[in-house]
Design a binder for this molecule. Structure first.
Ligand code: UDP
Ligand code: MG
Length: 325
């Protein structure tokens, strides 16, 4: 029997690109012999006509499935939903904007057949991104790696193929702050990479504005490292050290010289400095507590809405998956 490969494509306001993407994915997968493909499009609460377009493709092709969220839950949630409903022996994650070349899927499958459980795409270059995004992305991945207890590959997004056993472990992980590329590293197994050149979006704008990117980055760091918590201790020691030196200095000034009344400026600086450090530390604590709070609420990761169109195949599918344990 042919092996099945699922392809999960998160889509948020991708009306401009979605038709071309569907076409491209269909043509690429049709050219790969000996495998069956299942294309799972997750419409992450798009405000444009992405959903309508997807449903048309879903009707036209048996191997296209469409699930729609009740609102915009976010990229990582959309990917999680796709993984939850996927049935393939392997699952490929790919963006809807063709920044990651679908042609690479064939190479990923070849590596998978060699025995690798995870084959991820590493960006050797990135076209069409702003200098700011390139810089922040570069430093983010390096900082994350320094802070994280597991090694998370540099310059690697979610574009990857995963074997079924990895996907099952990923689905079973209950955390709500999902930073999937990190979680996959944490899971382990046999992982390898393929280098590729990431092209520019061929239409539409990035759906990751600065605020979303920041949230994503902070999620990545705080979900994979407790080092920021330890930072407060270091800052505490540093401040106490400086305070100690200042104490010695003022005693010296008082006893050994005549101009000891000066020094109010350093006092002010010291107070502001300690105040700042304390606020930062409380902020870091707060971020972790917010995450504990979110996890303890134990809400589902996303909600799938029922499709009102009764002719659609996927009408009642997946309702069991609308919540994730
Ligand atoms: N995306 C999503 N929900 C969101 C934001 C993005 O499903 O809230 C999808 C988007 O449609 C795309 C992928 O996630 O398929 C990556 O987004 P984008 O290309 O905008 O990010 P960038 O490549 O600029 O980092
Ligand atoms: Mg993109």
């Amino acid at each position: 029997m042919k092996k099945t490969v699922s392809i999960v494509i998160p889509c948020y306001n991708e009306s401009e690109v979605i038709d071309v993407t569907v076409e491209e994915l269909l043509s690429v997968t049709n050219n790969i012999a000996n495998y069956q493909f299942e294309l799972i499009f997750v419409n992450d609460g798009s405000a444009d006509d992405t959903e309508a377009k997807l449903l048309v493709h879903g009707k036209a092709h048996d191997n296209i499935r469409v699930i729609s969220f009740s609102r915009n839950f976010g990229h990582q949630q959309a990917v999680s939903a796709g993984l939850d409903v996927s049935t393939g022996d392997a699952v490929v994650l790919i963006d809807a904007d063709l920044q990651d070349p679908p042609k690479l899927i064939e190479d990923m499958i070849a590596k998978w057949e060699e025995g690798f459980d995870v084959v991820y795409g590493t960006r050797s270059s990135r076209d069409g991104e702003s200098k700011f995004k390139l810089m922040t992305a570069k430093w983010f991945y390096r900082l994350l790696n320094y802070l994280s207890e597991v090694k998370i590959p540099l310059d690697t997004g979610d574009f990857r193929l995963m074997d079924r056993q990895v996907v099952d472990h990923l689905i079973a992980m209950p955390e709500k702050s999902r930073f999937i590329r990190g979680m996959v590293s944490w899971i382990g197994f046999n992982q390898t990479s393929i280098n590729y050149e990431r092209s520019a979006r061929f239409a539409g704008e990035s759906k990751y504005p600065l605020t979303k990117m920041l949230k994503f980055g902070i999620d990545g760091i705080l979900s994979f490292s407790v080092k920021p918590l330890k930072l407060s201790i270091m800052m505490g020691f540093a401040c106490s050290g400086v305070a100690m030196l200042m104490l010695l200095y003022s005693v010296y000034i008082r006893l050994m010289t005549d101009h000891w009344e000066s020094g109010w400026a350093s006092l002010l600086v010291a107070i502001l400095f300690i105040g700042g450090v304390q606020l930062i530390s409380i902020g870091i604590l707060g971020e972790y507590i917010a995450r504990i709070y979110n996890e303890s609420k134990d809400r589902p990761l996303y909600i799938i809405k029922k499709n009102r169109d009764h002719n659609n195949r996927d009408n009642n599918v997946d309702q069991n998956n609308s919540t994730v344990e």
